[in-house]
Structures are given as structure tokens and as C-alpha cells.
Write a protein that binds this ligand. Structure first.
Ligand code: HEM
Ligand SMILES: *[C@@H]1O[C@H](CO)[C@@H](O)[C@H](O)[C@H]1NC(C)=O
Length: 509
């Protein structure tokens, strides 16, 4: 009896100690902060009442201009929200060595597909990024554009069929899923070497798996939250995160393609070809290199993990960008027509009128339209960096400890009326060259910045633009009786997305 009471008292004391240690961290440091609740910190209502960008907005509005950063708690994680653009530049670029990692879960030993570029840390990340950078040069992009343009034709043909049947329903077409099928086919082709043809068949296996990545869970929500907030402990406990059938599917997709290409000597100038070039001659020797040493090349698991992240990071982001863009163009027909005129004018100069990397680069207004789309609708609400050693914040006496997170509130910066007047207005002239020059370089971060920015930035933009050009040449987009004004955004998904898809009236030109 006495023992039990002592035990309970000890546990309570420990929990209290832990609570004080964690949740009074910012107060002890003298950093202005939003008051946390036990366990959930400042995450009250996340995914139900609020999206992450709403939670960030409360803190941003309260502290911006008063302090270069403010304290918050993502569950147990002590997080510094940085609101000052100069300090953001310091963290992302100048003092990058302190803030190299994201503190995301990865456990390549037990869960091979988590050994991908987005989640890797330390030296493993460094050597993988170094290995993969040549895969994304503009020269390589140029070679891959042909594959993307082909899929663009299929996109327009599929739209043609949808338009015919939509006549009875006020011309309504659901744009979001169609765009996702386009980018699934592009990335399936470039990163897995497969003709997935989800444009033809909306339920193609690859598209199914793409949806499942965002919907299927290995564990219930609570265990999931534990893994994400305690990634190091979870790795130590040898926990996994991906459901086995997803791992099996993507591993075998890559293995089959690699075997097939090697056996038949096929080259297509896509991601898979380049990963094959990086492949280890001797798979066993590569494995014995403790996983960190990539000087011998990539193992099949490492190749599959990179293909997997290209797919995950590439299809939803680019397809959402396309559908947000079409939505804004449907709301402003004059801007839509101006983009279309530019496309036709540029292509009239090209032999055969066919789109390619160079003609795409000449479409400067299209570039501004896509840039403004990503300003108003940045896919990631914020960026995260984890401090890997003590960091004295410039112009303050405050030292951030190892393990503390820095959060860069991209969505809130993009919607700050002091930076972008009338932020809800879609206005591509914000990206006129002299306007861009006049703004702080950290005022626009849809792809992050510094050495850990989006490696697929060029690919993502080319992909979205090819899709948009294919559609805008042949179709006109307007608001239908199902178009939401304003759009209803999902609170559940981490990436910015609509709650009910995206309906527009589409007509053949
Ligand atoms: C419009 C499309 C896209 C958007 C808006 C986007 C956005 C982002 C953002 C915000 C980050 C985090 C950057 C940071 O923390 O500073 C990121 C990282 C990343 N993205 Fe993208 N992305 C897009 C397309 C793509 C594509 C097509 C690929 C691959 C083919 C890709 C692969 C990656 C990878 C691998 C990382 C992690 C890089 C690293 O940690 O070294 N992304 N992306
Ligand atoms: C939109 O219009 C079509 C045809 O006029 C009609 O059948 C449909 O019910 C309408 N949908 C909504 C949501 O009002």
C-alpha cells in the first residue's frame, strides 16, 4: 500500500517536473510566448477547429514587430516562431549549420522508405543532397520536359471527354482530382518509369496508392502524434510509420523498373535513369558502409526512398498549385485571357508550335501568375528547422538550446498586409521584376530557402506550367453554380487544400 502511494507520488512528481521543465521553457528564457496547455501546448483544436495556419496566425499577430521571435509549443516541442525577416534569413541561410535538420521522423533501418531526403539528418542528409543535386539541374529538366509535355496532351484529351459529359451539369468539372491524376502520371513516369495512366483510369493502382499515402495510417492518431513529436525516441524504439503494403508496393515498383531497364538497356533521361547511375556497383559493399557513406552509391532501398519522396512531395503540391491557379483565373477572366494570349504568342514563334523547356521560359506573365498563386496559396503553412547546438540569437541575449525548433510562418508572411497590401486579392503584378526587387528576399518562401530548400522546385514549376498551358490553350474556365466563393479550405490536411475539391465551369474554346 505504502509502496503504491510512493510510486504514484514519484510518477506525479516526475510528470510535474517534466511539465515545468518543458512548458515554462520560454518564460524562463524571458521570451514572449503564447500560454500553453499541458500536453498539447498551443495545438488546441488543430485539425478540427483550426488549421495550423490559423494557430500560427494568432501568435504571429500578437508578437510580430514586438519581438524578432516568439515562443510556442507544438505538443512537447519547444518552438520559436520567427517573425522578423532578417532573423529568418539568418536561420535559413547564414547560420544554416545550426539549423540543418527538420527533426522529422526517419528510421531507414526498419522502415526503408523513411530514409528519404526530406527526413534524413546530419551527414546522411548532407551526402544524399550532394548526390541528388545533379538530378535536378536545368539541363536535366530540359531533357525531362518532353515526357511531361506528352502527359500534358493526355490531360487535355481527358478534359475534352469530361467537358462533353459536363454539359448537363452547368459545365461543372472537378479540377482537383484531374490535376492530381496528371501529376501522378508525370511523376509515376519520371520517378518510377511507369505508365500509370491514371488520366485514363481514375482508379489506377498508382493513383490509389497516392491517395492512401495521405489517408492510410499504421497507428491510431495518438500513437502517430507520439512518433511525430518524439521522432528520436520512436527511432530508438525501432518504430515504423508507413503501412507495410505501401512499402511493399513502392519497393517492388522501383525494383522491377531498375531490373527491367538494366536487362533491356533502356534509357529515358528521367529520375530513375539518374538514380540508376548513382546506384552502387556492389550492393553489399554499399550496405556495409553504415548507411552514411554514400561514396559507393545508393542501395535499392535508398533509391526507392528517394523515388517515394519525389512522388509524395511532387504530385500533391504541383496539382494543388494548378487547381488554385485555375480557380483564380476563373475569377478574373481578363487575367486568364492575358495568360492565354501570351501562350499563343510565344508558341506562334516556335517551329511546330510545340511546347518545350525554352518556350516555357519565355512565358513571363505565366510565371508571374504561378508565383502569385503560390504567394496566396503556399502549400506548406510553415517551414521547420531544428537547432542542433546552442545558438545565441543575434541582437539578443537569448540562447536557444539544442533540440529547439524554429518555425517560419510562410502562410502568415504571405498574407501580411504590411508586406502584400490587400493580401486576399490575386494580383500577378506583385511579381513585376521591380516589385520583387523592392521586397525583402524572405517575404516569399513557397519553396523554402537556403541549402535545404525544395530540391524539386524547377520540376514542380515546369510540371504545373505544362499542365496549365495544355489546358488554357484548349479550354476556358469560369465560375459555375458549384464554385465556392470564397474557397472552403480543409482544416485536417497539413498541406493547403480545399475541403470539397474544386468545381469550375469548363468550355472548349
Ligand atoms: C509546386 C510544387 C512544390 C512546392 C510548392 C514544394 C514546396 C516545398 C517546400 C516548402 C519544401 C521545404 C523547404 C524548406 O524547408 O526550406 C520542400 C522540400 C522538398 N521538396 Fe518540394 N515542392 C514542390 C515540388 C516538388 C517536387 C516536384 C519534388 C520532387 C520531384 C519535390 C521534392 C522535395 C524534396 C525532396 C524536399 C526536401 C529537400 C531537403 O530536405 O533537402 N518538391 N518542397
Ligand atoms: C447546377 O445547374 C445544373 C443545370 O442547370 C443543375 O442540374 C444542378 O442541380 C445545379 N447544381 C447546383 C449545386 O445548384
Amino acid at each position: 500500500m505504502l509502496f503504491t502511494i510512493a510510486l504514484i507520488a514519484a510518477v506525479l512528481a516526475l510528470a510535474y517536473h517534466f511539465y515545468i521543465k518543458i512548458f515554462f521553457y520560454w518564460e524562463r528564457k524571458g521570451v514572449p510566448c503564447e500560454k500553453p496547455l499541458p500536453v498539447i501546448g498551443n495545438m488546441k483544436g488543430i485539425g478540427s477547429k483550426y488549421h495550423f495556419r490559423n494557430i500560427n496566425q494568432q501568435i504571429y499577430d500578437q508578437f510580430k514587430g514586438k519581438s524578432s521571435f516568439a515562443g510556442m509549443y507544438m505538443f512537447f516541442r519547444r518552438t520559436a516562431m520567427i517573425t522578423d525577416l532578417d532573423l529568418i534569413k539568418q536561420v535559413m541561410i547564414k547560420d544554416f549549420n545550426y539549423f540543418q535538420d527538420r527533426g522529422a521522423f526517419n528510421n531507414p533501418r526498419d522502415d526503408p522508405l523513411t530514409g528519404h531526403l526530406f527526413a534524413l539528418e546530419g551527414d546522411e542528409w548532407r551526402s544524399m543532397r550532394h548526390k541528388l543535386s545533379p538530378v535536378f539541374t536545368s539541363g536535366k529538366m530540359k531533357q525531362m520536359t518532353g515526357v511531361i509535355v506528352d502527359v500534358g496532351h493526355r490531360l487535355a484529351n481527358t478534359m475534352d471527354k469530361l467537358v462533353k459529359v459536363s454539359k448537363v451539369d452547368d459545365g461543372n468539372v472537378e479540377i482537383k482530382d484531374l490535376c492530381a491524376r496528371f501529376t501522378t502520371d508525370v511523376i509515376g513516369s519520371c520517378a518510377f518509369g511507369l505508365e500509370c495512366d491514371s488520366l485514363q483510369d481514375p482508379n489506377a493502382e498508382f493513383r490509389q496508392k497516392g491517395r492512401e499515402i495521405f489517408t492510410k495510417r499504421r497507428y491510431p492518431q495518438s500513437v502517430q502524434a507520439f512518433v511525430f513529436t518524439n521522432p528520436k525516441l520512436a527511432k530508438l524504439l525501432r518504430m515504423k510509420i508507413l503501412p507495410d503494403e505501401i512499402t511493399k508496393f513502392f519497393m517492388s515498383a522501383v525494383k522491377n523498373t531498375v531490373d527491367y531497364r538494366l536487362k533491356n538497356g533502356i534509357k529515358r533521361n528521367d529520375f530513375i535513369d539518374q538514380l540508376i547511375q548513382l546506384r552502387a556497383e556492389d550492393q553489399e559493399a554499399a550496405k556495409s558502409g553504415k548507411g552514411i557513406d554514400l561514396s559507393k552509391g545508393l542501395t535499392l532501398e535508398q533509391m526507392a526512398a528517394q523515388s517515394f519522396v519525389f512522388f509524395v512531395a511532387g504530385f500533391e503540391t504541383s496539382s494543388s498549385t494548378m487547381s488554385f491557379c485555375l480557380y483564380e483565373l476563373a475569377m478574373q477572366p481578363d487575367i486568364q485571357q492575358r495568360v492565354r494570349d501570351e501562350i499563343e504568342n510565344v508558341l506562334a514563334e516556335v517551329e511546330g508550335g510545340e511546347l518545350n523547356y525554352d518556350s516555357l521560359a519565355k512565358m513571363s506573365y505565366l510565371d508571374q501568375v504561378v508565383a502569385e498563386t503560390l504567394r496566396k496559396h503556399p502549400l506548406l503553412p510553415h517551414l521547420i528547422r531544428e537547432c542542433n547546438r546552442e545558438y545565441k540569437v543575434p541582437n539578443t541575449d537569448i540562447v536557444l538550446d539544442k533540440g529547439v525548433n524554429a518555425l517560419i510562418p510562410v502562410h502568415n508572411i504571405h498574407h501580411d498586409p504590411e508586406i502584400y497590401p490587400d493580401p486576399e486579392k490575386f494580383d500577378p503584378s506583385r511579381f513585376d521584376p521591380e516589385e520583387v526587387k523592392a521586397r525583402h528576399p524572405m517575404a516569399y518562401l513557397p519553396f523554402g530557402d537556403g541549402p535545404r530548400n525544395c530540391i524539386g522546385l524547377r520540376f514542380g514549376k515546369v510540371q504545373a506550367k505544362v499542365g496549365l498551358v495544355s489546358l488554357l490553350r484548349r479550354f476556358k474556365f469560369t465560375a459555375s453554380n458549384r464554385t465556392e466563393v470564397p474557397l472552403i479550405l480543409s482544416k485536417k490536411a497539413f498541406l493547403l487544400g480545399t475541403e470539397n475539391g474544386m468545381y469550375l465551369r469548363v468550355e472548349k474554346i
